[in-house]
Design a protein around this ligand. Sequence first.
Ligand code: SAM
Length: 287
Amino acid sequence: MTQTSGTLFIVATPIGNLADITFRAIDTLKSVDLIAAEDTRHVKMLLQHYGISNKVIALHQHNEDKAALDIIEKLRSGISIALVSDAGTPLISDPGMPVVKAVHEANLTVVPITGACALIAALSVAGVAITPFTFEGFTPRTSGARQTFFKERAEIPTTWVFYESCHRILDCLQDMASVLPLERSIVIARELTKLHETIVKLPLGEMLALVERDANMRRGEFVVIVEGAEKINPADIDLTSEQLRVLTLLLTQCSLKQAVSLAVEITGAKKKLLYQKALEINGAEGE
Ligand code: SAM
């Protein structure tokens, strides 16, 4: 008789309010053979709350490749496993990627048990254009690297989202304000689903002032959403034929970012205009 392989369930857990978990997630956590958790003590609080007494093993982040092999072996032997992180949806700035990749490579079955995710909750209440958006995870830890990170995104015309910790939120906004226009619209979604949930939408300069003067705005967990750079009407993109020729030529040779920055150097035209035109040219080529 052939052995039936077990299934890997990727189970979303609450991001604060313990009631934010689905019936299906609870059923899955009860019925699997094993729960693989980022932090076993953390998940045990959740399991206790829901009267679940299933076996929990650690999915060590520093040794995820080895953990992946162990999990594949268990799945092959017919054991079903639920993977959970400390909060929200696993793999979203959380461990789990090597395991899921290995499951695909081994032709085993992986099933999402959907639920809370801080970035999606934040976007749903932000009142900004969402399609498309970019999720950046956490920003770099040092100020210099963060400023470069923001500079590289300054001209992106679509919304971008990142996670930030209470230790860095102020420094992060200061770095952002040193690079982006102070009128750029920012949303901070803080402590979502918890007692001190706060959702604020302000121009960057005012947001920085608020976070500087209000210590509560530096506590807890944060999602930061940045509205894309203002899109220039194509009719207003007034480049000379020579500037356009240089840009078009550069776009055939290098990346959009490199082409724009070289075109700024060579032609002296405004970066914003060149960037917008470059997007237009590349878009037309892709049609
Ligand atoms: N997997 C999680 C998810 O689905 O959102 C995210 C895990 S990541 C390690 C933790 C970060 O997510 C926090 O530092 C914070 O930036 C954000 N986050 C998590 N819970 C949050 C909440 N309740 N309110 C605001 N941000 C939250």
